[in-house]
Every structure is written in structure tokens, then in C-alpha cells.
Design a protein around this ligand. Structure first.
Ligand SMILES: [Zn+2]
Length: 121
């Protein structure tokens, strides 16, 4: 399949007819020209959108997909178990400190993906 501008094609064809028909307009030629016009009008078309609009739609789709993913995540909470913390959904213990022993915030369980932000439900 080739994509093109049918309006531009129609303009060119009509300009060609204008030159062709000078001084020799017959009903056969007019019928022929109308048939060609109809053929052009009935060619299957696709809508073209500006690239910026497509980029915006892709961005919105990605945000929507992320929101769907977030909704599918179970809501969990960290259980403090002595010096360790574990996920209440999968019971996996996680290390929530860096090499210096400082706590690292974990919004999601790295094992089961449970949402630990506590702003749902
Ligand atoms: Zn978990």
C-alpha cells in the first residue's frame, strides 16, 4: 500500500482536465472526468495525525498502562520483625538499608510487587 494526498491528486487531475478540455468539451469527457473524480473520492483512506499529537497519545497510553499496573498490585505493608522487615503479602524479608546502614524507602515489595505506599483501599 502507498499513502498519498488524495486532495492533491484531485487538484492535479482537475488541472489536467482544464487543459485537456479547452475547446473540446464533450459529454463523454465530462462523464469520464466525473467517474475519475468519484473513483478518487471512493479510495479507502486513513486519517493522518500530526506527530506531536501521536506522541501525546503514546505518553497518555503509557501513563494509563502504569495506572492499570498500579491497580493490579496488591496493597501490602511492611512488617517490622526484629532488625528485619518483611512483606505481609509474600512474607519475603528484604534488605531496606544501604551499605551505610541508612534506610532505603521501598514503595513496592521487590519480591511480589505489593504496593507499600499505603494510599489505596
Ligand atoms: Zn511481597
Amino acid at each position: 500500500m502507498r499513502l498519498g494526498d488524495l486532495d492533491a491528486l484531485k487538484e492535479k487531475v482537475n488541472a489536467f482536465y482544464d487543459e485537456l478540455f479547452v475547446g473540446c468539451v464533450s459529454s463523454d469527457l465530462i462523464t469520464f472526468a466525473k467517474s475519475v473524480d468519484e473513483m478518487i473520492d471512493n479510495v479507502p483512506t486513513v486519517e493522518a495525525y500530526p506527530f506531536e499529537q501521536v506522541q501525546e497519545l503514546v505518553k497518555l497510553n503509557q501513563q494509563f498502562a502504569q495506572e492499570i499496573e498500579d491497580l493490579k498490585r496488591p496493597q501490602g505493608e511492611w512488617i517490622i520483625d526484629g532488625h528485619h522487615i518483611r512483606c505481609n503479602k509474600c512474607n519475603e524479608y528484604i534488605c531496606n538499608t544501604d551499605g551505610e546502614g541508612d534506610k532505603i524507602p521501598n514503595n513496592f515489595c521487590p519480591n511480589c510487587g505489593a504496593d507499600m505506599r499505603g494510599d489505596k483501599e
